[in-house]
Write a protein that binds this ligand. Structure first.
Ligand SMILES: *Cc1c(COP(=O)(O)O)cnc(C)c1O
Length: 398
């Protein structure tokens, strides 16, 4: 039998749980796209997106998923034949690098593996071994959603300033925005990309390129930027249609308006704190499970861990077995082990990921952990005890 009827819980690292109020704000008739509420609502998003990103710069909005936003950012940052450096701590950095390569950009990669944050000394060594003006941009993920590694962005900026490297610093915050603390201005980020379907709690469909004046100036020297990707008209529209180079993503605008209101109401510092505390409960539970058997957190150092997604190693084919049981018997969907395959585990069957981004709270995380433990019992997976106690210890002492 199955007990999966009832409320489903999608605990994957994007798309995330969509709040009922966001869905309701999108459930309405098609609006006028030439005047009135839609235009005002679109304009109102810009300062609030900047509030979430701690930015005082520009925001271009595109009808695109994260991959589209990668291309949008690259199109405004670098030309074919120029060099960039990608700092990789998981699959998503490699994905951005591959996209750049297909656009004719020359890409060097510094790969830090799958279990830890980037190493500033290795970056220093790499940059010192090259002509300092070689790279037009340095690309990195804040959080890599495959490994759940989080990188220290401020330390990269500090290094670039120290050695007077003129490259733009471009950061992928698709997984982390509105989950992990991010300070666009203070950390000296020139370009940041995000999408609406993770911490921003809106169905997939729109994404954002945030950029500062330095990136804006640099963009002016590029040739061959397509009309569609060119960020300039989007941040400086003479006519409303220029915001989106065509028809606006009408219902996403209403959905995002509601989601941003929720974040403003909570206040971004509290949103980060909620994600951090819930993450600590998840880690404590996994630490308890890992006292016996094979289970372990993919990222050992807590300060290298994301507050939006957690990648977990179960070993064997236990990741896939657990996911399938949860999916068919319990109404809980957890994430596949993405980018974690190796010769001994070619399909990444030994890994799972918990997505804990956006619209999540104590009762959801305790349900996630309790249901996963139930799944362990069902598939006969060996683990230590005390996980729910360890999680509730943290969540009760706030
Ligand atoms: C989800 C994600 C992407 C890709 O977004 P899509 O909408 O699936 O194209 C890129 N980078 C990171 C860090 C992500 O989490």
């Amino acid at each position: 039998m199955t007990l999966s009827s009832g409320q489903n819980y999608l605990a994957i690292p994007g798309p995330s749980v969509i709040p009922e109020v966001v869905l309701r704000s999108m459930h309405r008739a098609a609006p006028n796209i030439y005047e009135g509420e839609l235009i005002e609502t679109t304009e109102s998003l810009i300062p609030d997106l900047n509030y979430v990103a701690r930015s005082s710069g520009h925001v271009a909005i595109y009808i695109a998923n994260g991959h589209g936003i990668w291309e949008a950012a690259l199109s405004n940052m670098v030309s074919a034949g120029e060099h960039i450096l990608v700092l990789a701590t998981g699959r998503f950095a490699h994905g951005w690098a591959e996209m750049a390569r297909k656009m004719g950009v020359k890409v060097d990669i510094l790969d830090f593996g799958k279990n830890r944050a980037l190493d500033i000394q290795a970056l220093d060594k790499k940059l010192n071994s090259e002509v300092i003006t070689k790279y037009k941009a340095i690309l990195m993920t804040h959080v890599d959603t495959s490994t759940s590694v989080k990188n220290d962005i401020a330390s990269v900026r500090k290094k670039l300033d120290e050695i007077e490297c003129p490259a733009l610093l471009a950061v992928d915050c698709i997984a982390s925005l509105a989950c992990d603390r991010f300070e666009m201005d203070d950390w000296g980020v020139d370009i940041m990309v995000a999408a609406c379907q993770k911490g921003l709690m809106v169905p997939p469909g729109i994404g954002f390129v945030f950029f500062n004046n330095r990136a804006k100036e640099r963009q002016k020297s590029l040739t061959n930027i397509s009309s569609y990707w060119d960020w300039e008209p989007r941040v400086n529209p003479k006519l409303y249609y220029e915001y989106f180079c065509g028809t606006a993503p009408t219902h996403h605008i209403f959905g995002l308006r509601t989601a941003l209101d929720m974040i403003k109401h909570e206040e971004i510092e509290n949103t980060w704190k909620r994600h951090e505390t819930l993450s600590r409960a998840i880690w404590a539970a996994i630490d308890s499970w890992s006292s016996v058997g094979e289970i372990s957190l993919n990222v050992k150092n807590p300060s290298d861990r994301s507050h939006a997604v957690t990648s977990i190693r179960l070993g064997g084919e236990n990741g896939t077995r657990l996911r399938q049981w949860l999916q068919t018997k319990s109404g809980l969907t957890i994430g596949i082990g993405l980018g974690m395959s190796d010769p001994e585990d070619p399909h990444g069957d030994g890994y799972v990921r918990f997505g804990h981004m956006g619209h999540i709270n104590t009762q959801m995380i305790m349900a996630l952990l309790g249901t996963v433990e139930t799944g362990f019992r069902a598939i006969g997976y060996n683990h230590g005890n005390g996980a729910l106690e360890a999680a509730s210890e943290i969540l009760s002492s706030i």
